[in-house]
Design a protein around this ligand. Structure first.
Ligand SMILES: Nc1nc2c(ncn2[C@@H]2O[C@H](COP(=O)(O)OP(=O)(O)O)[C@@H](O)[C@H]2O)c(=O)[nH]1
Ligand SMILES: [Mg+2]
Length: 238
């Protein structure tokens, strides 16, 4: 509980047996439920997570978004939902800075920005930095948002998240949430978060295929919403 609010954490994890135990050990003890969404790990990720008392759910379909959607089913009764990665690149001990603005009612969604925070050398690849900058620039142009990152470490009001009706099943999850939050006029803010080199092998930005696929999906998602919503900037629609 945080400020009388129930807090649930969702961690999508694919083959993170060396990292997931560390992530779970650093999660603050005021968190009410931790869900590890595992889809198709061939290592001991699920066992390590279960031993650390996390709720483990299995999603047969590969994909970051599909894993998050599966995890979401386990936190439907939570007032606040937090997402972070299972590779120990995020700092779970910084979670209060993301949750407290929602727990005190001043924000609906808080993004942990690695661009505003301290990122260890090599933790963010150049293509990741450029891709995030470009996506944030386009969102600013289209919907007058002021995002600086598509960071995985984020918190959101549970009811607001359910209203967003999240759909993306792979690389477009983070950007879909940020665009829908803008279109729904959610009270959104960013806080700086630290970011370190992951433990183990990257499945997304550390691979050429992952970077390209993620890049294409992120730009396609922006284009789809821009066409769907019409190129009328959010502010002009008021
Ligand atoms: N369950 C699940 N988790 C995934 C999948 N792909 C990536 N992840 C997890 O999502 C998080 C981000 O992936 P990662 O490989 O670190 O991407 P990067 O941070 O962009 O290099 C990590 O916790 C991964 O284990 C997937 O297909 N399914
Ligand atoms: Mg990572």
């Amino acid at each position: 509980m945080r400020n009388d609010k129930h807090v649930g954490v969702v961690i999508p994890a694919l083959n993170e047996e060396d990292a997931i135990g560390k992530v779970l050990a650093d999660i603050p003890d005021w968190v009410d439920r931790v869900v590890v969404a595992d889809n198709g790990s061939t290592d001991a990720t699920a066992d390590v997570a279960r031993q650390a008392k996390a709720v483990v759910v299995h999603q047969a379909e590969r994909g970051y978004g599909a894993a998050c959607l599966m995890g979401l089913e386990q936190v439907q009764d939570m007032d606040i939902v937090v997402f972070l990665d299972g590779d120990y690149s995020d700092h779970p001990e910084e979670m209060a800075a993301l949750v407290d603005p929602i727990a005190d009612g001043t924000s609906d969604m808080v993004i942990g920005s690695r661009a505003r925070g301290e990122a260890q050398a090599g933790a963010l690849t150049p293509q990741q930095r450029f891709g995030n900058w470009l996506a944030c620039f386009l969102m600013r142009l289209l919907w007058r948002t002021d995002y600086t990152d598509l960071g995985p470490f984020r918190a959101i009001d549970g009811a607001a998240l359910r209203r967003l009706d999240m759909r993306d099943r792979n690389y477009g999850w983070t950007i879909e949430m940020q665009i829908k939050a803008a279109l729904a006029d959610l009270a959104t803010r960013e806080v700086p978060v630290s970011y370190r080199q992951r433990i183990g092998i990257s499945k997304v930005s550390g691979t050429v295929k992952g970077s390209v696929m993620a890049g294409i999906k992120i730009l396609a998602t922006i284009a789809r919403f821009a066409l769907q919503e019409g190129l009328t900037p959010r502010a002009a629609r008021k």
